[in-house]
Design a protein around this ligand. Structure first.
Ligand SMILES: [Zn+2]
Ligand SMILES: [Zn+2]
Length: 202
């Protein structure tokens, strides 16, 4: 995983991966963003995980460390996990809890504080030798466990733009984020503006 410092004081914001703000512990924020990014690799018109090279690119862009197989089986397991993780954005609290516990149990997750590289202490709950899909699953499950404990499950949302099914994690202070990216936000705002102007012109 990417690590970072476990923050006991959420106001103590430390530099993290660009674009990831701190609401939960830093490693939770990053893990949630990575889980959303994994779900969003599946698009209506293309699959970014169509082949092992796509998975390599995803793993590199999110800085996953640990063992890799670079084969079709590894890819298939990550793609299967992707569908399972998408559920998290649609489940109620009870459902999310069940899924999180299932994932942690199946992977025999064992949380340990570790420190490596330039990162401070953070939690790993799998060994670096565990299969990539298991490490990704546990990483996401640990993060969602954090979200549930904070009663913040509503921060996991589907993009509000028409025709976009991308998932997002709202890490804004005032819980105001509705769109997966600025393109979806702009498209929606322009459509609303045109609708208002058309209504006035009538
Ligand atoms: Zn780490
Ligand atoms: Zn969107």
């Amino acid at each position: 995983m990417w690590g970072g410092t476990i923050l006991t004081d959420q106001l103590t914001v430390r530099a993290g991966r660009k674009g990831v703000k701190v609401v939960f512990a830093h490693d939770t924020d990053v893990a949630l963003a990575a889980a959303a990014a994994l779900v969003n690799t599946e698009q209506p018109d293309r699959d970014e995980l169509a082949d092992p090279a796509g998975l390599d690119a995803f793993v590199a862009s999110w800085g996953w460390t640990g063992s890799r197989r670079h084969d079709r089986e590894e890819l298939a397991r990550v793609v299967a996990l992707r569908a399972r993780l998408r559920e998290l954005w649609h489940l109620d609290e009870e459902g999310a809890v069940r899924l999180v516990n299932e994932v942690l149990q199946q992977a025999r997750a064992l949380p340990q504080l570790v420190v490596h590289g330039e990162e401070g202490y953070h939690l790993h709950a799998t060994s670096p030798q565990a299969p990539l899909a298991d490490r990704m699953a546990v990483e996401a499950a640990m993060a969602v466990a954090d979200v549930v404990r904070h009663r913040e499950l509503e921060r996991l949302r589907v993009c509000a733009a028409e025709g976009c099914d991308d998932v997002l994690v709202d890490l804004s202070k005032n819980r105001s984020r509705r769109f997966c990216d600025t393109a979806c936000a702009n498209r929606t705002h322009v459509a609303a503006f045109r609708a208002r102007r058309a209504a006035r012109a009538e």
